[in-house]
Ligand binder design. Sequence first.
Ligand code: SDX
Length: 431
Amino acid sequence: MVDRHAQLRLDGTEHELQIHEPTIGNRGLDISKLRGTTGDVTYDPGFANTAGAKSTITYIDGGAGILQHRGYAIEDLAANATFLEVAYLLLFKKLPNEAELSVWKDSVRNHTLINEEMKRFFDAFPRSAHPMAILSSATTASSTFYEEFLDPTDEASFHESALRLMAKMPTIAAWSYKKSIGMPYTYPKNSLGYVENFIHMMFHIPAVEESSIDPAIAKALNVLLVLHADHEQNCSTATVRGVGSSQANLFASVSAGIDALWGPLHGGANQRVIEMLQNIVDDPDATATSMIARAKDPNDSFRLMGFGHRVYKNYDPRARVLRAYADEVLDAVGITDPLFDIAKELEQTALEDDYFIERKLFPNVDFYSGLIFRALNIPTRMFTVMFAIGRLPGWMAQWKEMTEDPDTRIMRPRQIYVGDIDKTYVPIEDR
Ligand code: SDX
């Protein structure tokens, strides 16, 4: 690779910045020596123009609406791969052959139980507890049962920790739901597949005869999880990497990622989209046009949830898959949903509006995902939990890549100080 440099002229002095060449996409101007040589730092709120790492996991072309995981297009993975297959690809850097996938599935299946002592942990929460609070807390709490696997520098410990998190996250999620409805916890069954087990733990009630799991629902859940599996350096992944950069263990890093995902500007948007659509349906005066007008009004804090993206300035390819798939799922479960009609009307109105066109605001993954979760009878407050279950293998693969990267340093950004200096202390009696 040709060793190329950029020239930075600062106060009459030329500084050379090494250029890091990508396989594809943005080049990187290396500023790692900038402060040492100039005394200056760069300013980039939200790091929208700053790469914190080199990665081989996920490539996004925001302008073209392209998303690939280790080179495989998201459309191909959603159409052909199971979630555990994609998790294997992300974590072990290749698609598994049949034998490898079988071993992986069995390994996950054999660790789906959570320690019985965790029951008291769930009981301690109020029934009104948001399942994301339980999920994040239970993830960190789980680490206390695996102290022997917490060394972030040990390969075998990573595998053991990652396996337990993959296996137990659905159980923790389902139990947080059962807790919220005052129903007994349903234990996992090793005879079931990954998504089927989750559906079983979510919806089976001990007093009722076991019902078979609709393959269409299992397939839909599988596609949804695949579409959420990773998304390069998004807010929650950057958080997982950042927490892990202090050599905190995988459980603690993932727990921090869950908390970052919860925000309504990130993974929490899927819950807010449904609440927004429901409000429109419930409000006789609200129309797609009136809501678009509110979203455009700088004096109105309302935003069109599920629209816009830091990277995509084109249709989010995941949203494209979900929009087409929503029709199929609603047909399969035999329902129509007025919220889906409103969503399509909102999308159509927004995509024809100059405000959205100029700002390149398109539907993102959260705009249609909630409609499918709803069709699967997953309660709205569990939507971001579903996002977390899907994103888990991505978070762990990114965390592992961070620990293996020789360039990794503890995350510690700089600042531009604009406050007071050298003030004289005033005793309280004189203030
Ligand atoms: C996810 O990063 C990832 O990869 C995330 C994710 C993943 O898989 O991990 O893809 C998942 O988080 C998807 C995003 C879910 N969030 C939402 O749907 C919330 C609504 N969208 C936004 O709040 C916003 O678009 C963000 C947070 C997603 C992106 O914010 P940016 O990049 O900081 O953009 P911005 O807020 O600076 O907006 C630029 C302009 C502004 O207008 P002006 O100041 O130029 O006049 O666009 C406007 C914004 O007001 N704008 C919107 C809008 N989103 C941006 N206006 C109305 N409705 C919106 N949804």
